[in-house]
Design a protein around this ligand. Structure first.
Ligand SMILES: Cc1cc2nc3c(=O)[nH]c(=O)nc-3n(C[C@H](O)[C@H](O)[C@H](O)COP(=O)(O)OP(=O)(O)OC[C@H]3O[C@@H](n4cnc5c(N)ncnc54)[C@H](O)[C@@H]3O)c2cc1C
Length: 235
């Protein structure tokens, strides 16, 4: 796949949670990429860039990005300042954090683990498997966040869970409020309790380095071969 520099236009910008923004970017051509890939967005006049996973599915003349601005560095400030109608420069599509359909033979079970906006590439990967690829094997998603107010996409993920029997998700909050009805803790706590058949499992981890190292060790101890654990580090 050829990596191209593309000039797009911001066609919508929405606040998804306290510090998370959704950007819709119209492109000059149909976006051809594999769900899980990312773009490199130019965030300064000097040409400095930040990587952002594509949050939408391929095949449209636009992409969506979902960005948490809490780091408040150059990229975050650029995103906060961006307005509908602005031009943006993206380089894409990049990365190897994708599902290899050749691996989906036999009785494979897929485990997706994300923390924070590490969820961003996971949603289109799962949608592509369920909706486009008609994958019938088990898909588990574990999403870790701090607070309830950080969450987004919950209704969409719930809908997928209702529509597809083979898809199951668990959201776990490390610092929930008193009324949070769901699981409390870190993603590792949920995985610790999960029945995992090592050889059958292919895992996709996305988020910060500490989480990736911890879950990688946990899954290896549960018998998942290293080559069946893929990850994307956000920081
Ligand atoms: C392949 C890839 C895909 C990514 N996809 C997304 C995405 O879809 N959505 C998204 O919001 N981010 C994503 N990121 C992270 C993003 O590229 C930036 O690193 C992040 O938004 C911080 O950029 P910044 O310029 O605001 O902060 P910087 O100026 O880079 O850093 C400011 C401070 O924040 C810390 N920091 C850097 N990154 C993070 C982080 N992710 N979380 C917490 N603290 C951080 C730094 O250590 C530093 O102290 C992705 C990163 C990679 C490598």
């Amino acid at each position: 796949m050829v990596v191209k520099k593309m000039f797009g236009k911001v066609i919508y910008k929405e606040n998804l949670s306290e510090e998370t923004w959704l950007l819709g970017i119209e492109l000059p051509e149909v976006a051809i990429f594999v769900p899980g890939q990312f773009v490199s967005l130019k965030v300064s006049e000097e040409g400095l860039r930040r990587s952002y996973s594509v949050a939408s599915l391929p095949g449209k003349k636009m992409i969506e990005l979902v960005i948490n601005v809490s780091p408040m560095g150059l990229g975050s400030k650029y995103i906060l300042g961006i307005k509908v109608g602005d031009s943006v420069e993206v380089l894409g599509f990049l990365g190897k954090f994708v599902v290899d359909v050749k691996e989906l033979t036999g009785e494979k079970e897929l485990l997706f683990v994300g923390t924070g906006t590490g969820m961003v590439p996971l949603k289109p990967m799962i949608e592509d498997l369920l909706i486009n690829k008609k994958f019938h094997g088990r898909i588990n998603l574990i999403w870790g966040m701090r607070y309830e107010t950080d969450l987004f996409w919950v209704a969409e993920l719930d809908k997928l869970q209702r529509e597809y029997d083979n898809f199951c998700m668990e959201i776990t909050l490390s610092r929930p409020g008193e009324r949070w009805p769901g699981v409390q803790g870190h993603v590792g706590d949920v995985i610790g309790d999960l029945r995992i058949e090592g050889n059958k499992t292919i895992a996709f981890l996305c988020g910060n380095s500490e989480m990736i190292m911890e879950i990688n060790d946990l899954l290896t101890n549960k018998g998942v071969p290293k080559r069946q654990i893929l990850y994307e580090r956000f920081a």
